[in-house]
Design a protein around this ligand. Structure first.
Ligand code: NAD
Length: 480
């Protein structure tokens, strides 16, 4: 069976312990490769390689860094089919989604930061007649990037690209559940001629490899995306070490539909925002609030569209929802559907696991599920499920829907559907979330800040925010 390898000091290598983990394909429920079960010794080696590479990489001409990042982007593009297949096989997402979203976005991440590094500027502040200050923004050194399984290469490169662009060397860990595209990325980096040690990718478990990265005294900043509980543990370890931290965590995002929305388009987009990637996008809208006067009409049209979604083999062109990422996650989602019933919810459609056929007979599938009749404060409406399960709730006033939308501990994303311009701006200002989409969802401009508030995290990714995160600002003050 194929063995994936760590990428350390420019080479692909086995874990030092020679221990391995099974890598499952969720659509079939079968192991299809083994990944390194690395530990702190591999992280130590990776960190030393990164430290050794830092002086040269941080002083490399900007154009050299830019060209290398562009070459990596080109390398992914050239191997698009392999990346698409690997992303879908690891994660269970449909091939068409991987091709339309994940892989193009990974390419854009490198291209965006290749360009950004040429234009990144810092401030100067004049003290009239007295002197001048200027701000140096210098790379931090060795930084750690840790990412989750839901958008594997998309989120991995969203961290790595700005970290490298700003002149840092990186020790990175992809999710152990979806390692394959980062293994392909390490091959692409070798092909592109990225100097050894600049990027190191160590595979393995969070508690071993991730924890070792967070604890390593020479890794000076941690950029993490994943669950809120893991984020808490990382903060507890890294904060007393005074590391820079960016934490992109869980969500329980509201979708707010007003009666004056463009009806057909809204229903279509709200279905999309609820069930894309089986609801396993941190930005998916899982709590759908609908103005009472539109509620019954919206419910009917929404449920009809959801019923038409096809669940099945991610390789099939007509599949809308592929497999849930793992058996454990499937069980977690099903336990929330059971909870929703216990809490008094009515299942309008879905609610069951789906038996796959053919090669997918043992795969992990769940019907897209729509529930109504739940109190907005119940656990189903407060806790992150991270699957194809949404609730519908009517509301009467703007004030009421804002209370319900903001009632959760999370604050990642939201969407508002209305043709009332003033209301859109008013509501956007009051929603407790890092992103408000108005009459759209997942429309992303990479120059904008990205991140959450409350238990959805601290710090911002994207655009200059990421460039600033991965650099230390130093003020130089000169008296005339
Ligand atoms: P997770 O927290 O279990 O794991 C994320 C990563 O952290 C993995 O690589 C894992 O191995 C590693 N990890 C686990 N324990 C660790 C530790 N003690 N120290 C260091 N690293 C450790 O999350 P997941 O299940 O992979 O992903 C799903 C979660 O990610 C959801 O909560 C989702 O909302 C969130 N998410 C957030 C965003 C965002 O931008 N805010 C984006 C995608 C996913």
């Amino acid at each position: 069976m194929e063995q994936l390898l760590n990428y350390i000091d420019g080479r692909l290598q086995k874990p030092l312990s020679d221990q391995w983990l099974d890598n499952y394909e969720p659509a079939t429920g079968k192991v299809y490769s083994h990944i390194p079960d690395s530990d702190s010794a591999d992280v130590e080696q990776a960190t030393q390689a990164a430290q050794a590479a830092f002086a040269s990489w941080s002083n490399a001409p900007l154009e050299e860094r830019m060209l290398l990042l562009l070459k990596i982007a080109d390398g992914i593009e050239t191997r698009m089919d392999e990346f698409v297949a690997a992303e879908s096989r690891d994660n269970g997402k449909t091939l068409k989604l991987a091709r339309a979203m994940d892989i193009p976005r990974a390419i854009s991440n490198f291209r965006f930061y290749a360009s950004a590094l040429q234009h990144f500027a810092s401030e100067s502040h004049q003290m009239p007649g007295v002197g001048i200050n200027y701000t140096l923004r210098q790379p931090i050194g060795v930084v750690g990037c840790i990412s989750p399984w839901n958008l594997p290469i998309y989120l991995f490169t969203w961290k790595i690209a700005p970290a490298l662009a700003t002149g840092n060397c990186v020790v990175a860990k992809p999710s152990e559940i979806t390692p394959y595209t980062s293994y392909l990325l390490s091959q692409v980096c070798i092909e592109a001629g990225l100097p050894k040690g600049v990027l190191n990718i160590v595979h393995g478990l969070g508690g071993k490899v991730g924890q070792a990265i967070v604890e390593h005294p020479e890794i000076k900043a941690i950029s993490f995306t994943g669950g809120t509980e893991t984020g808490k543990r990382i903060a507890a370890t890294a904060a007393p070490m005074f590391k820079k931290l960016s934490l992109e965590l869980g969500g329980k995002n509201p979708t707010i539909v007003f009666a004056d929305c463009d009806f057909e388009e809204t229903v279509k987009q709200v279905v999309n925002s609820a069930f894309s990637n089986q609801g396993e996008i941190c930005l998916c809208g899982s709590r759908i609030f609908i103005e009472s006067s539109l509620y019954e009409k919206f419910k009917k049209a929404f449920v009809e569209k959801v019923k038409a979604l096809k669940v099945g083999d991610p390789n099939n062109a007509d599949t809308n929802l592929g497999a849930i990422v793992s058996l454990a996650h499937k069980q977690k989602i099903l336990s929330y559907i059971k909870l929703a019933k216990e809490e008094g919810g009515t299942i309008l459609t879905g609610g069951n696991e789906v038996k796959g056929s053919g090669r997918c007979a043992d795969g992990y599938f769940i019907e897209p599920t729509v529930i109504e009749g739940l109190d907005y404060l119940c656990r189903t409406n407060q806790e992150e499920i991270f699957g194809p399960v949404v609730t519908l709730t009517p509301f009467d006033t703007e004030e009421e829907v804002l209370t319900m939308a903001n009632s959760v501990k999370y604050g990642l994303a939201s969407s508002v559907w209305t043709n009332d311009l003033k209301r859109a701006h008013r509501v956007a200002e009051k929603i407790e979330a890092g992103i408000v989409w108005i009459n759209c969802w997942l429309l992303r401009d990479l120059r904008t800040p990205f991140g959450g508030v409350k238990a959805s995290g601290v710090g911002r990714e994207g655009g200059w925010e990421a460039m600033r995160f991965f650099t230390e600002a130093k003020n130089v003050c000169i008296k005339y």
